[in-house]
Design a protein around this ligand. Structure first.
Ligand code: S3P
Length: 171
């Protein structure tokens, strides 16, 4: 089966909905950040801190190319994977790419208790930071043809919609 690739901002539910969609579809689930962490033997925040964003994006790029050669996987990408359009182009060749959209305020609410995200480690005003990043990336997310606006959805609704689009497109 074609891969199902979930793209979207932090807090858009890629990992939770992706895991559930994989169970429903009988596919394997992989979280790109977790896989990078396993291979590097350190957390994403440590990678950013020690080697910088450029290094992380290069690891993300290599893994995107690798995943594009796979089948039967549901993949939760990191929120910044859209920054390199080649990642999306490669994913689209062998998979169905779905963007999970979320408004800044809801992204903030869903993620305010997590501490592992490098963007926020030294940011007092997380909401403003989220608004700024989302505004910058909005054209990249919105350019993806398959969209699920998760802002007012619960996890079950989001999973249903992802599975519906996948079945329609993978056909
Ligand atoms: C990032 C999002 C994170 C992770 C890294 C950078 C981003 O993934 O890849 O911290 O640039 O938006 P999540 O979207 O899973 O939090």
């Amino acid at each position: 089966m074609k891969n199902l690739i979930l793209v979207g901002f932090m807090g858009s539910g890629k990992s939770d909905a992706g895991r559930q969609a994989a169970t429903r579809l009988g596919m394997k689930f992989v979280d790109m950040d977790k896989l990078i962490e396993q291979r590097e033997g350190r957390k994403v925040s440590q990678i950013f801190e020690t080697d910088g964003e450029k290094y992380f994006r290069a690891r993300e790029r290599t893994l995107s190319q690798e995943i594009s050669g796979w089948q039967d996987h549901v993949v939760a990408t990191g929120g910044g994977v859209v920054l390199n359009p080649e990642n999306i182009r490669d994913f689209s060749r062998t998979g169905v790419v779905i963007c999970c959209w979320v408004d800044a305020r809801v992204a903030f609410e869903r993620t305010k208790h997590t501490r592992h995200r490098p963007w926020w480690e030294d940011t007092a005003d997380r909401l403003a930071q989220i608004q700024k990043l989302l505004r910058e990336r909005e054209p990249l997310y919105k350019a993806i043809p398959n969209q699920v606006d998760t802002t007012a959805m619960n996890l079950a609704q989001q999973t249903d919609e992802i599975v519906r689009i996948y079945k329609q497109q993978a056909g």
